[in-house]
Design a protein around this ligand. Structure first.
Ligand SMILES: C[S@@+](CC[C@H](N)C(=O)[O-])C[C@H]1O[C@@H](n2cnc3c(N)ncnc32)[C@H](O)[C@@H]1O
Length: 374
């Protein structure tokens, strides 16, 4: 079966039947029918956000104002959002580069002279490798007035950035490129995607579940040394070898998220306190996710292509969530600055304010770096 065209016009929102659940409130992701139908229940969504939580099926964008300050998107510009996700950043970028007709009409009234040109609508090339989320985001943005004329959505890995720019005819590159690395809340919170150890689900972890090995398959094929190396390199796990030996000694394959988490807890029982053991579980899941999706390979490919993907004076901003990502971005920007590819780079990382941290605890690890093409 062929995949639906992510740029196709949106259809009507399907009616969701209220699911059965135990107790007075839905607890599981798939039971949260009001949050999953946000347009019909805006009040329920506001409630969840006010509690500092992320509504099921949504992603709260991080460091938005800081990203806009770094990218300075202007009407008529061409931009790239390499990690579309729920489209929170994309929406704000599109509002700047492709203001709606109403905005432009209001602007016309304020234009001093008739010979002053009307702001043209720019365009955003938006990439995401997730075939499940991409059509939903395209539909959401189309309803906000950002249809296929201004939003070019492609289901692809951002390692293919250069090819996607060429396919659009943007051969001299874009005015800005943005990347918000890692997984979205829609992916983490849905147990069926296999990223979380807080609820049971298949041990999958693929951002594109139609491609490559699931986490369970990757684990079954990896040797002890390969697994231990991944745990060390990708998440600095101090008990890497012990965990790797324990996981590989299991007689049955680990096929669920809870089974893997339990296995790590057993491996470390009596060797660390409960909090330290939970941190190890989190690091094991992070490392596995990085391997399954070849996240560092894709990031390095993106960083290599950036100089040719940006027009002269073009801006890039990257949001990272752990040291392996931040180190790669920092080194690439510093190398570019030394070679004269970048005219300016951020000298320190930008972090979420205490207020943002309180409103959205998922912003806590985020680090923003930017660079400007010479
Ligand atoms: C942190 S979320 C982005 C959230 C987004 N900025 C928003 O406002 O909703 C990261 C997204 O990037 C996608 N992604 C991660 N690595 C990717 C890659 N190498 N190629 C394409 N998409 C990727 C994920 O599937 C996920 O949807």
């Amino acid at each position: 079966m062929s995949e639906p065209d992510p740029n196709a016009a949106p259809g009507p929102t399907p009616h969701r039947r209220r699911p059965r659940y135990k107790g007075t409130h839905p607890r599981r992701f798939e039971e949260k029918y009001k949050e999953l139908a946000a347009e019909q229940y805006p009040e329920a969504v506001r409630h969840v956000l006010a509690r500092g939580q992320t509504p099921a099926g949504q992603h709260v964008p991080i460091l938005v104002e800081e990203v806009l300050s770094a990218l300075v998107p202007k009407p008529g510009e061409r931009g790239v959002d390499a990690t579309l996700g729920f489209g929170g950043h994309a929406q704000r970028l599109l509002e700047r580069i492709a203001p709606s007709d109403e905005h432009r009409a209001a602007d016309d009234e304020h234009r001093a002279a008739d010979d002053e040109p009307r702001a043209t609508r720019g365009a955003l090339l938006a990439l995401d490798q997730d075939p499940l989320q991409l059509p939903r985001t395209v539909e959401r943005l189309a309803k906000l007035g950002f249809g296929a004329d201004v939003l070019h959505a492609r289901r692809t890995n951002f390692a293919a950035l250069g090819a996607e720019l060429a396919a659009l005819g943007w051969n001299d590159g874009a005015d800005f490129v943005f990347a918000d690395l890692g997984v979205s809340s829609m992916q983490i919170d849905d147990p069926a995607r296999g990223f979380t150890f807080k609820h049971d689900g298949p041990l999958d972890m693929r951002m594109n579940p139609k491609k490559g090995l699931s986490a369970a398959q990757w684990l079954a094929r990896a040797a002890v040394e390969e697994l231990a190396q991944a745990l060390t390199d990708d998440s600095d796990e101090p008990h890497a070898l012990r965990i790797a030996r324990f996981v590989k000694a299991q007689r049955n394959e680990l096929t669920t998220t809870v089974a893997l988490a339990e296995c790590v807890r057993e491996a470390l029982a009596g060797r660390a306190d409960d909090d330290a053991i939970e941190s190890s579980v989190r690091r094991v899941f992070q490392a596995l996710r990085i391997e399954v999706n070849d996240e560092f390979g894709a990031l390095e490919a993106l960083l290599r292509q950036l100089p040719s993907a940006l027009r002269a004076g073009g801006r890039v901003a990257v949001l990272t969530f752990h040291s392996g990502e931040d180190r790669r971005v920092k080194q690439a920007f510093e190398r570019g600055a030394k070679d004269g590819v970048y005219a300016a780079i951020s000298d320190a990382v930008v972090r979420a304010s205490p207020a943002e941290h309180r409103a959205n605890p998922r912003s806590a690890p985020a680090k923003l770096r930017w660079a400007r093409r010479a």
